[in-house]
Structures are given as C-alpha cells and as structure tokens.
Ligand binder design. Structure first.
Ligand code: OMP
Length: 243
C-alpha cells in the first residue's frame, strides 16, 4: 500500500485561517489533512466534522501518552469522530497501546472503519545526541525507533510515525511490507528545516519505503500553497524531481 496524496499538516490556530488556506486549493481537490494539537485545542471536535463534510480525510494527531485507562477512554471519544488515523506515543508502553486500540474499537460505529492507530517512535525533531543525553537512551536512535516499531507491531497497531530515514530498516526488521510508516520531517530541496532534524525530500522518502509523507510548513507557509502541494505530490509520486 502506498498513499498518493501527501498529508498536509494543518498547523493553524483557527477555522478562519484554514478557510483562507483551503481557499487556495480547487474545491474538488480532496485532501488528506492532519489536525494537530494547535488546531484541535482551539477549535475542538467540530473542526473534524467540518473538514470531513468538505470531503477531506483526517489524521488526528494528538499523540496521546497517559495511563492505559485514560488513553482507552480518550480513544473511544476520538473514534466517534470518524477519523482515518490517529496516534499515541510508543513510549507510553505496550499496555497503553493495546488500551488505545480497545478504545478505538469501542468507539467506532459498526458501519465505519476503526481508525488506523500509529505509534510515534522518536520525534523527527530529535537527534541521536538528544535521545542519549536527555532520555538517557543507551542504544542508537535507529535501534530505539526499530524497538518501538516492533512493540507497536506486536501489539496490533497499524504502523508508526518515524523519519523516512528509518522506514526501510523498520520494514526489513519486522519483515512486513504492510506495516505503515507515516513520515514527517519532509523538506523539498532548498526549503527551511525549522525545528526538524531528521529530514528527507519527498522523492527520497518514497525510495526509503515511507507509506505516507506529512508536510506542513513547506506548504502552509508558502504564498502559493497549491503549487507547492502539487510539486511535492509529483515528487512523491515519482513524476518529477527538483533537479
Ligand atoms: O506525529 C506527527 O505528526 C509528527 C511526529 C514527528 O515525529 N514529527 C513531526 O513533525 N510530526 C508532525 O508533523 C508535522 C510536520 O510539520 P512541518 O515540520 O511543518 O512539515 C507537524 O505537525 C508535527 O507535529
């Protein structure tokens, strides 16, 4: 399975800004949108209903990380929103991951699909040095990411959020082509890194085995978001490169 649409990270504060942003796209263009903490905490669940009514698919990225009971109950509520995918932090542990799945199953209407559950491994804003010094991880970053992917896989999750730099290794390690690697930290050649550390271009992400790419600022900060979106989409689908 390989997604053709890049997921756009809608890191905006409110509905008005989104209306403006989406107004630069043709109405018929159905998008895969990521709603994260900034937007969800300010607009609440109704933002999901609204975006779905416009025909878009939603990745609700709230990165839950709490005790299993709390995560299970929160996921039951999330499932009732009818999103396509959502996530937890793998570092919350196996019991928490299983509780998250149970919550999603409980909250999904019988006529709908259970949202895909992903585990965030190591944030793409982290480096080898940071995880060693700040989290006291004694293994390499790749080993840590692979380990979290293995836990997610063994506990029935659909996939992970990781850098595309690790996608190939994860799939090899798990011996599973189906396991989903959703990869943020995507930067077209020449665009600003911001706080991202483990970055690749859309085209390289594909070569490395990413299943989905997530792109925010290169599109959302652009004066011509739709053009940038199409260029990234073409690069990801192998129709064009930046050279
Ligand atoms: O779970 C995520 O989506 C996520 C995980 C991660 O490791 N790194 C990461 O950047 N993200 C999200 O992906 C998006 C990347 O945005 P840009 O850096 O603007 O392209 C942001 O909304 C982040 O919250």
């Amino acid at each position: 399975m390989l997604a053709t649409r890049p997921i756009i990270a809608l890191d905006f504060p409110d509905r008005a800004t989104i209306l403006n942003f989406l107004g630069t796209f043709p109405k018929e263009e159905k998008l895969f949108l990521k709603v994260g903490m900034e937007l969800f905490y300010q607009e609440g669940p109704s933002i999901i209903t609204w975006l779905k009514e416009l025909g878009h698919d939603i990745f609700l990225d709230l990165k839950l990380h709490d005790i299993p009971n709390t995560v299970e109950r929160a996921m039951t509520g999330i499932a009732s929103l009818g999103v396509t995918m959502t996530n937890v932090h793998a570092s919350g542990g196996q019991k928490m991951m299983r509780a998250a799945l149970r919550g999603l199953e409980k909250g999904t209407k019988s006529t709908e699909q259970v949202p895909l559950l992903l585990a965030v491994t190591q944030l793409t804003s982290s480096t080898e040095e940071m995880i060693q010094k700040e989290q006291l991880v004694s293994e390499s970053l790749l080993t840590s990411v692979r380990h979290y992917a293995d836990l997610a896989y063994r506990n029935g999750l659909a996939g992970v959020v990781c850098s595309a730099l690790e996608a190939e290794q994860i799939k090899k390690y798990l011996d599973s082509e189906k396991f989903i690697c959703v990869t943020p930290g995507i930067r077209p050649k020449g665009s600003q890194l911001g706080d991202q550390k483990r970055v690749v271009t859309p085209c390289v992400a594909k070569q490395l085995g990413a299943t989905y790419i997530v792109v925010g600022r290169p599109i959302t900060s652009s004066k011509t978001p739709y053009d940038v979106y199409l260029t990234i989409k073409n690069d990801w689908n192998g129709e064009k490169t930046y050279d």
